[in-house]
Design a protein around this ligand. Structure first.
Ligand code: SF4
Length: 348
């Protein structure tokens, strides 16, 4: 029996994941001609992602804008249908379900958005915003719903007496708490957090991260946390996947990735993260990447990072490196590494 990459990943992690993503793709046709009838290229926004998220854990997807992180999150929630690959919620493949068959899964999977203000309807009170999903999914009568809304407001650290206020009457951090409360209304198992702190003041970011961690612990939530830099995900992640141009280039547990980043792109991203210790910060050497991120319509042949990689070799322009397990649950897509090399290095 031949095992798929995601099955190998599950076995190597020795657990059954809540979310299993296998060779996920989102390709868009690029059309030209007077009536846009001729396909001239394919934009590969997401191109063959494979990863697992264990129940109660957080996997962070990190990478520059446009690398396919948000598209991946939306596909897992089936807000955007993939053009290839499979997405399993426990043992059910969601990609072939009809809208009706998906309904019970929609209750279990929710999303927290980047900009809390624009994701909240300014004409609805907080009570109405949070009760909307409860009404749609027929949670109970008016009294049960009102009590549930108050309970969730308290859970996210807001006063339940504010139920009749409008979003503009709250600060940015409080608005994001309302967004989190709305996501929690149906008691979900899994939440996609799409850059949930990117629009907030730095002083508020830590509070929201702490709240999310606290909710995860108390409610057993599983997160896919999307962020564009590695500094914010350090405190919340169990696993980190680094994306570049629609592909995962490195996937590891948090400690391995931060202490031993292997891919040159991950090393460049990490070199930009400030270190709180002044002595170490003074010695920090930034790896500055030259050139722009190539277009996903016309990515470089071979390794997609070869046009910007400080360690590029001849082989890199000819062969695409596969995502390989180089040991200790650490996966990397780079010709610099083979499992043998890394095993030998760790013995030295
Ligand atoms: Fe750089 Fe080559 Fe590794 Fe790509 S495969 S990251 S170009 S060294």
């Amino acid at each position: 029996m031949t095992l798929t990459s995601s099955e190998k990943l599950s076995i190597s992690q020795n657990r059954t994941p809540l979310i299993r993503v296998e060779n996920l793709q989102k390709h868009f046709p690029v059309m030209q001609g007077i009536l846009l009838q001729r396909q001239v290229a394919t934009l590969k926004a997401v191109d063959g992602l494979t990863f697992n998220i264990q129940r109660g854990e957080t996997l962070s997807l990190v990478g520059e804008s446009g690398c396919g992180k948000s598209t991946t999150g939306r596909m897992i929630l089936q807000l955007s249908r993939p053009t290839g690959g499979k997405i399993y919620f426990e043992n059910t493949d969601l990609t072939h379900l009809t809208e009706k068959e998906l309904r019970p899964f929609r209750r279990k999977m929710q999303m927290i958005f980047q900009d809390p203000y624009s994701s909240l309807n300014p004409r609805m009170t907080v009570g109405k915003i949070i009760s909307e999903p409860l009404i749609i999914h027929q949670f109970g009568n008016q009294n049960i719903i009102k009590n549930r809304v108050k309970e969730i407001l308290e859970l996210v650290g807001l006063n339940s007496n504010l139920i009749n206020r409008y979003p503009h009457e709250f600060s940015g951090g409080q608005q994001q708490r309302i967004g989190i409360a709305r996501a929690l209304a149906m008691n979900p198992d899994f939440i996609v957090c799409d850059e949930p702190i990117a629009a907030l003041d730095v002083s508020i970011q830590a509070q929201v991260i702490n709240l999310m961690q606290c909710l995860q612990k108390n409610l057993g939530l599983t997160y896919l946390f999307i962020a564009h830099d590695l500094s914010v995900v350090r405190h919340i992640s169990d696993q980190v996947a680094v994306m570049y141009l629609g592909k995962i280039v490195e996937l590891a547990d948090r400690i391995s990735l931060y202490e031993n980043p292997l891919h040159p792109y991950t090393q460049a991203l990490l070199s930009a993260v400030p270190i709180p210790d002044p002595e170490l910060e003074a010695k920090r050497q930034r790896i500055l990447l030259t050139g722009e991120v190539p277009s996903p319509i016309n990515p470089p042949t071979g390794c997609r990072f070869c046009s910007r990689c400080p360690e590029v070799m001849e082989q890199c322009r000819l062969e695409e490196p596969p995502l390989k397990d180089i040991g200790s649950h650490h996966w990397v897509a780079c010709h610099l590494y083979s499992s043998k090399q890394v095993a030998e290095q760790s013995r030295v």
